[in-house]
Design a protein around this ligand. Structure first.
Ligand SMILES: [Zn+2]
Length: 307
C-alpha cells in the first residue's frame, strides 16, 4: 500500500521522496539538478534499526537510544544517499547563530571522531567530500548552494535561529570566505513544522517584531485561538530573510512536507511531545576523496557507541 503523505499546504513538487533498498529519504529537485556536483538529502524515519520512540531511523546523538543502532542507522542512511559516513561533520546544536567553516580536517568530527567545537548551528564549506550534517525534529533546515563558486552552507533555523537571521549570516560568511554572491545562491527550506501546526505564545511575536517590520509580521504570523497565541510561519520568515539578503525569489524553494503533519514518516517534537529521535539534513560537494582505511580504523564505532 502506498504511504499516505500530507503535503502542506499543497503538493508543489519542491521535495521528492526516494527509496534506496530499505531507506526512504527526501531530496530537493532544485538541488538534484546539480547531482554531478552535490549530494543533498533529508532523512525520514524509514529504514533504520532503532526501536520504540526512536523507530526506526533515529540519527540523533544526544538521547537514550541504543548507540549501536544509531551507528547502524548512520551507516545505512549514508549508503543510501551515496556518501561515506566517515566524511560526516556534525555538531551539538544549541539554537545559536554560530556557523563553522568546515574543512577536510573536520571530516568525521562529532560522529566517528571527537569534536573540538560546540554549540554550532550551521556549517559552510567549499571543500568536496565534507558532508555537512545537522539534526532536526520540527526546526527548519536551510540548504544553501552557490553553483558559481561551488560552495555550500547548511543551517539549523528554529525560531531562535530565524530571529537571529542565521540564514543570511551563512550567506554573508559564504560571501566573505568564498566570494559568493547572494544572487547566485539556491536555497532550499527543508521539511519542518508548518504554520498551521506551529502555535506559539505572544512573547515570540514580540521577539520577531524586533527583527521584522509590520508588513513582514503580517506575512509571518496569523492570529491564534486567542489573544495570547499566534500561528508562526517559520518558512515565510526565512524566505523574507533570504530575499532581504539578496537571494532571488525564483531560487528559494520551500518544503511541501510538514513534520507534525506526517509523524509516521518524520520525527516531530510537537507531535510526540518531545519523545522522539532526530532526522538529519546532509549537504556535500562531490567528489568524495578516496577512503583512508587507517584514519578511522580504531575510532569506529566505539566513539558513537560510548557516546
Ligand atoms: Zn503541519
Amino acid at each position: 500500500m502506498a504511504e499516505k503523505i500530507i503535503y502542506t499546504p499543497q503538493k508543489n513538487n519542491e521535495t521528492k521522496l526516494r527509496k534506496k533498498e530499505r531507506v526512504t529519504y527526501i531530496t530537493f529537485p532544485a538541488l538534484d539538478q546539480y547531482q554531478e556536483k552535490l549530494v543533498n538529502a533529508f532523512s525520514t524515519r524509514k529504514g533504520g534499526f532503532s526501536k520504540g520512540i526512536y523507530k526506526s531511523m533515529n540519527l540523533g546523538l544526544n538521547n537514550d537510544d541504543d548507540g549501536e543502532n544509531v551507528f547502524f542507522n548512520y551507516r545505512e542512511f549514508s549508503k543510501a544517499i551515496g556518501i561515506n559516513y566517515n566524511n560526516i561533520v556534525i555538531s551539538r546544536q544549541e539554537h545559536t547563530t554560530n556557523i563553522r567553516i568546515a574543512t577536510a580536517e573536520d571530516r568525521g568530527k562529532g560522529l566517528v571522531k571527537p569534536r573540538d567545537y560546540d554549540a554550532v548551528d550551521g556549517f559552510i564549506t567549499n571543500e568536496p567530500g565534507v558532508a555537512l550534517c545537522l539534526l532536526f525534529a520540527d526546526c527548519v533546515p536551510v540548504y544553501l548552494f552557490d553553483p558559481r563558486q561551488e560552495a555550500i552552507g547548511l543551517v539549523h533555523s528554529g525560531w531562535k535561529g530565524t530571529v537571529g537571521q542565521i540564514s543570511s549570516k551563512a550567506i554573508g560568511m559564504m560571501q566573505k570566505t568564498y566570494g559568493t554572491k547572494a544572487e547566485d545562491v539556491i536555497c532550499c527550506i527543508g521539511p519542518s513544522i508548518c504554520q498551521e501546526c506551529y502555535e506559539v505564545s505572544a512573547d515570540l511575536f514580540e521577539s520577531f517584531s524586533k527583527e521584522y517590520d509590520a508588513a513582514e509580521m503580517k506575512q509571518i504570523f496569523m492570529t491564534g485561538k486567542d489573544e495570547e497565541h499566534y500561528q508562526l510561519d517559520l518558512w515565510k520568515a526565512i524566505e523574507i530573510t533570504l530575499l532581504k539578503a539578496g537571494v532571488r525569489a525564483e531560487n528559494i524553494h520551500v518544503t511541501d512536507i510538514c513534520t507534525n503533519h506526517n509523524p509516521d514518516l518524520l520525527f516531530s517534537h510537537r507531535f510526540t511531545k518531545g519523545k522522539r529521535g532526530n532526522l538529519a539534513a546532509v549537504l556535500m560537494l562531490k567528489p568524495e576523496p578516496p577512503e583512508d582505511p587507517e584514519l578511522f580504523k580504531n575510532l569506529l564505532p566505539s566513539f558513537i557507541i560510548n557516546k
